[in-house]
Write a protein that binds this ligand. Structure first.
Ligand code: NAP
Length: 300
């Protein structure tokens, strides 16, 4: 099975390349290529269509994205080109070639106001430009491939791995550098390790039905439990200290979103209801703290 992977240099892409599913011929791409990766600019819709037509993959695993949530507020055109234009182009080309698309998406397609976990079929209502661009990408995939059952959207949240840019590694650095850190305690979601997320992506691909239909149109995948950013920052300090990555954790001070203004508004409660997806994928729930510990064990 031939899989065209985008975002291969990103944190999820890294984990996907480390343990590909059995029998997969992986064609991994990044924005500028090199290092064994093909060059594919996701802002170039025609290049995305051409890649599918030329390479004829069985699946496109679209893990690449414009992920700078705050910067997206002032770069809306680019965020939409990458996060909505690329999945639309992949879907259109795959509709011609007969391939399938796994589109990785985000809890930020929801507004976070309902106060209990979001189910996959609930309507999207993003707060910021990043969320809106990812929601538009989902809508394009559903519109172009929904009827054929050959498009799968896999939403996840608060992605963190041992390499790349993420909250856990930023906190680890701040614990090392500062005696005290202030972290937002009134935004609740769930961390997801790239390790468990990559396994869920590969399983979603493996679970294609006998007629080639997708396992389900929308999957939700995050690690188990719930946390605020403050909880995660405290856990990083405790776990890193226990693992000998730190001499002494910084004091973590809980603050409110109002104390830490950012260009983009973020959902205050964006837990994803994952029970049904875990059953469909037949994968165990791993508590976020356990997954975070495994992540930190992989930090060199
Ligand atoms: N990170 C999170 O907390 C989070 C939460 C929920 C959902 N997600 C979703 O999960 C998926 C994986 O995210 P991640 O955390 O692995 O993000 P990441 O580490 O930022 O990786 C994204 C990759 O996409 C690449 N990319 C951006 N623009 C591109 C372009 N024009 N052409 C080609 N490649 C481009 C980036 O390359 P450059 O580094 O060169 O820009 C980067 O390597 C994304 O769909 C994201 O929306 C992430």
């Amino acid at each position: 099975m031939k899989v065209l992977l985008t975002g291969a240099a990103g944190q999820l892409g890294h984990a996907l390349r480390q343990r590909p599913a059995v029998g997969v011929e992986l064609i991994a791409t990044s924005r500028s290529g090199g290092d064994g990766l093909l060059a594919l600019d996701l802002a170039d819709a025609e290049a995305c269509r051409a890649a599918v037509r030329d390479l004829q993959p069985d699946w496109v695993l679209n893990a690449g994205a414009y992920t700078a949530v705050d910067k997206a507020e002032s770069e809306g055109g680019l965020a939409h080109a990458v996060n909505a234009g690329a999945p639309q182009a992949f879907a259109e080309a795959l509709a011609e070639t007969g391939g399938r698309l796994l589109q990785v998406s985000t809890d930020f397609v929801f507004n976070g106001r309902q106060g209990h976990p979001y189910r996959p079929e609930q309507p999207r209502d993003p707060l910021g430009v990043y969320g809106a661009s990812k929601a538009a990408g989902e809508e394009a995939v559903a519109q172009v491939l929904g009827g054929s059952g050959r498009g799968v959207i896999l939403r996840t949240s608060w992605v963190m791995g041992p390499v790349g840019r993420n909250f856990a590694l930023t906190m680890l650095r701040l614990h090392r550098e500062k005696p005290a850190i202030a972290v937002v305690a009134d935004q609740v979601g769930c961390p997801t390790s790239t390790h468990t997320l990559a396994a869920a992506c590969w399983r979603a691909i493996e679970r294609t039905g006998p007629e080639g239909e997708a396992v389900t149109p929308i999957l939700h995948w995050s690690d188990a439990g719930a946390a605020s950013w403050y909880d995660v920052a405290v856990a990083v300090g405790e776990l890193a200290e226990g693992l000998g990555l730190l001499e002494r954790a910084a004091a973590v001070q809980p603050i409110t979103t109002a104390d830490y203004p950012t260009p983009a508004q973020r959902p205050s409660y964006s837990l994803l209801e994952c029970t049904g997806s875990r059953q469909l994928l037949d994968l165990p729930a791993v508590h976020w703290r356990q997954a975070l510990r495994q992540l930190l064990e992989g930090v060199t």
